[in-house]
Write a protein of this length. Structure first.
Ligand SMILES: [Zn+2]
Length: 539
């Protein structure tokens, strides 16, 4: 059924191709100008329309009744290609015909003869990088002097394995991965054609799991439709959809963020027990860190690829790590990827990642203590030393240690700004109970509580409570109508008065989430790991 769906709705014209616009437009222009090349290279990940595009191209150039730069879909040439019956269109899977003999037999011999029925003989060679060196050499001779009637379309997922001599003979097109929104759109169209009502959340799950591959997405949708339901919710879809690997990476970074080395190592044990591919796991972890890095720089469009818990982790805690720590973490993962590649399957590289990520860089020492973040669900606080209560402001519990020798910076911003306004409480009153507000808002929206974790009441101005946040995208989230309403409702509940709020980016305000991670030498698992690697906790 999955494959059937993919075939059933396979695009038949350039107009049907909703993605890869850059490829489509260029090919159509060449056809229109009568300047087609003899050899093309279609490069890009699997399942994103390379062979589909090759077939449409073959159809257009052979169509005897072309409509502009599109095939007529009615002439003998169009119909025979559509039905896979055209003897002059040769699709060769190089993965199963790697040797020079196969190339001689299937291509070199055949290319000498003029087409039997069509204008052009089209050779579509899929996974061309799989050919042997001898096979490539044989092919190269043909590409150097192709007969006028022959067109070659080489498709590959691994361009770097194709010899430069071959590449230089081809006009190259790079096919791109398809984004989640475009995949969802395509899947919604297919589902409605099949007259099945599939929840948008399910379509998003499929699109994310497909990782940019239209073929994989359509195959998964096909399996879901095969359940035979008229309406498909997440519950039904869970029977078919693969458990998201990205969720493992999210859990991993979440426990790292909370400074829980023991939990992180347990998770690695589970990966081993479940036979999870370490390389894949590291790749997923890397992907989240990268999105965190982009978010820290104010670029959050990539978050739409993630589910809600993933997006909340990336936009909140991970972005709050700040660029230097994220870069260091990404470096750590890259090193681990190398080790996994060279290793013997032992989880040691992952354990090194845990130890490295949990050891804070020597330079990173908070200068001002801030309230610790509040997790969406009640959890034991991370092992953080408490500072003397009088040496800090904010909530009395979960205070970070002050760096040794650092002068204490007293809270000053906005202190005296509480000018006459409808808000009768002083700024200090808001600050005192701010943690309670974060908890209350977090009960309504997890991601909002992440945003608020980095926030602080800054001032009361023009009858508004000004809330300082470290990043522009936190401000935008806070000022979003729905979130603002949530915070204002929570304010009313906790402070007992009506309050209007406004988010404001305050420079130098750190997301405390970035500073809470700490390692306890008391944790026996961490101690073992560190002993094993000769490491130490940097404090
Ligand atoms: Zn036609």
């Amino acid at each position: 059924m999955g494959l059937a769906l993919y075939r059933k709705y396979r695009p038949q014209t350039f107009g049907d191709l909703t993605d890869q616009v850059h490829v489509r437009v260029t090919l159509q222009n060449e056809i229109g100008a009568g300047k087609i090349a003899h050899a093309y290279l279609f490069a890009g990940p699997r399942g994103i329309g390379k062979t589909t595009t090759a077939r449409i191209f073959a159809k257009v150039i052979n169509c005897t009744d072309r409509k502009g730069n599109e095939p007529c879909l009615a002439c003998e040439a169009c119909l025979s290609i559509q039905d896979n019956k055209a003897v002059d269109i040769l699709e060769i899977d190089a993965a199963s015909h790697t040797g020079v003999d196969a190339v001689r037999e299937n291509i070199i011999e055949s290319v000498r003869f003029t087409p039997a029925r069509l204008k052009y003989k089209v050779f579509i060679i899929d996974e061309v990088h799989m050919l042997s060196t001898a096979a490539f050499n044989a092919l190269l001779k043909t590409l150097e002097e192709p007969p006028a009637h022959a067109i070659f379309i080489l498709a590959t997922t691994e361009t770097h394995k194709v010899p430069a001599t071959i590449l230089s003979r081809c006009q190259r097109f790079d096919f791109r991965k398809i984004g989640v929104p475009d995949l969802v759109k395509r899947l919604a169209t297919l589902a409605s054609k099949e007259e099945v009502d599939v929840d948008t959340e399910v379509l998003k799950d499929i699109a994310r799991a497909a990782g940019g591959s239209l073929r994989d997405a359509e195959s998964m949708l096909g399996q879901i439709l095969a359940l035979g339901e008229k309406r498909v919710t997440r519950d039904e879809a869970a029977l078919v959809l693969p458990h998201s690997d990205l969720d493992l990476a999210r859990q991993f970074l979440d426990v790292i963020h909370r400074g829980r080395g023991g939990d992180a190592l347990q998770l690695i044990d589970k990966l081993v027990a479940d036979g999870v591919d370490f390389a894949r796991f590291l790749e997923d972890t890397q992907r989240l860190l990268r999105l965190g890095l982009l978010a820290a720089m104010g670029e959050t469009s990539g978050l739409s690829e993630l589910d809600e818990p993933g997006a909340a982790l990336v936009s909140g805690p991970l972005a709050g790590w700040g660029t230097p720590r994220l870069l260091a973490a990404i470096e750590t993962i890259m090193t681990a990827q190398e080790r996994v590649k060279r290793g013997d399957g032992s989880p040691l590289p992952l354990e090194i990642v845990v130890a490295t990520l949990l050891a804070p860089p020597p330079a990173a020492a908070p200068t001002v203590s801030m309230p610790a973040p509040v997790a969406p669900k009640p959890v034991a606080p991370p092992p953080v030393k408490k500072a003397p209560a009088e040496a800090s402001f904010g909530a009395p519990e979960n205070i970070l240690p002050l760096a040794k020798g650092e002068p204490l910076v007293p809270p000053q911003a906005g202190e005296g700004v509480s000018s006459p306004s409808a808000i009768t409480l002083p700024l200090e009153a808001f600050r005192e109970k701010w943690q309670q507000l974060i908890v209350a808002a977090g009960e309504v929206s997890h991601s909002l509580s992440y945003v608020l974790n980095g926030s602080k009441p800054e001032a009361i101005e023009a009858e508004k409570l000004i809330i300082g946040v470290p990043f522009a995208f936190h401000r935008d989230r806070l000022n979003d109508h729905k979130n603002r309403r949530t915070v204002e409702d929570a304010c009313e509940k906790i402070f007992g008065c009506k309050v209007c709020i406004e988010g404001l980016v305050v420079e130098g305000l750190q997301n405390p989430a970035s500073e809470v991670v700490s390692v306890s030498m008391e944790d026996p698992v961490i101690k073992n790991v560190l002993d094993a690697f000769g490491g130490r906790v940097v404090s």
